[in-house]
Design a protein around this ligand. Sequence first.
Ligand code: NDP
Length: 404
Amino acid sequence: MSKVIIIGAGGVANVVAKKCAQNDGVFTEVLIATRTVRKADAVVAEIHEHLPNSQTRFSTTTVDADNVPELVRVIREFGPEMVINVALPYQDLTIMDACLETGVHYLDTANYEPKDVAKFEYSWQWAYRERFEKAGLMALLGCGFDPGATQVFTAYHAKHHFKEIHYLDIVDCNNGDHGKAFATNFNPEINIREITANGRYWENGQWVETAPLEISQDIYYPKVATRKSFVLYHEELESLVVNFPTIKRARFWMTFGEAYIKHLNVLEGIGMTSIEPIDFRGQQIAPIEFLKAVLPAPESLAANYTGQTCIGVQAKGIGQDGEEKVHFVYNVSDHAETYREVQAQGVSYTTGVPAMIGAMLMLTGVWKKAGVYNVEEFDPDPFIDAMNTWGLPVDELAGIELVK
Ligand code: NDP
């Protein structure tokens, strides 16, 4: 029924491609276009091995997604209805430009970040609203898990449980063990930039800034564990406080183990996480890019990963009958199970499945509006149904305040 291009062939792209192959009634033809084409070829070889009955036709090609004319050529040659961007946040704008030029829809899982400034915000991508609207095209921003499913959960709270949400806490626990001394679960450069940045949360109409990992508390993650969790800035907060203006406070929490923080402190202390280029044997390199080359590739962690992830959203406020209410909506995924299913660890899986679901809802016209949108601007119900169908069961916990 539909032709799509997946850009990127990393941990998340691997899951998106395999989920498209499982959903072959919707995704009939898929081109994986990326910088290092052998990685795309390896994904396709695994699809042929593990999903031999899939009717989806796959092909691969090389593309430099920083280069708009090159993207335009690849998109024109293949002629897809949409592009699923699971390369890096640095490529969001070039890919959006190419989509506008070729008249195809767009979806990504992380907001634009310039390579030379550790700053991520939606302003750059929201500035494309009018152009997408005029072209009759849709761009869906941040359709992974967080951002992505977390905004669907917030919209679900608002639709089914609350008259007014006052306090919103997004919690992300990875209670898995990959057996390595230090590794990141998704692209190390993006991950480390996010964690070493100052924290930020929304309170009473303004952003409150904190030192990195300054605020923490122990949070109980249902079915998984109680884990120390830290306030980070996360991009979905920016759109959620705009789209749900009754929110008085919105925070994002993530778990980190002691060993992880110790490694990160040392790496930061010696300058290895810096994005400022240094001269090394006559070549300019950013230390963090070198660090990325040394650390394990996120997809290489998958085979021996055990344990679970739990990501959810706690809302507190006035319920639909005027009562004070607290409610939690969440998913638990198991690293070993996701490996068995799609040869990927849980973090790639929980990102890739929502990206496939978002694309499916756009292609089937369930979520379709010209313009640039965040996930919470659409009806959450079909997305939640699809999560239950496609491997991310959604659970709810009523009346217990997990985050204080
Ligand atoms: P990886 O680093 O594993 O993969 C990135 C892929 O993009 C690689 O295949 C890489 O190519 C390719 N790529 C990078 N630059 C270019 C370029 N200029 N042209 C073409 N291809 C390029 O990252 P992940 O798969 O872990 O993450 C993918 C995206 O998902 C990121 O944007 C990340 O921020 C986002 N993410 C979102 C989450 C969410 O819940 N919303 C959670 C986790 C990740 P090469 O192989 O040559 O390096």
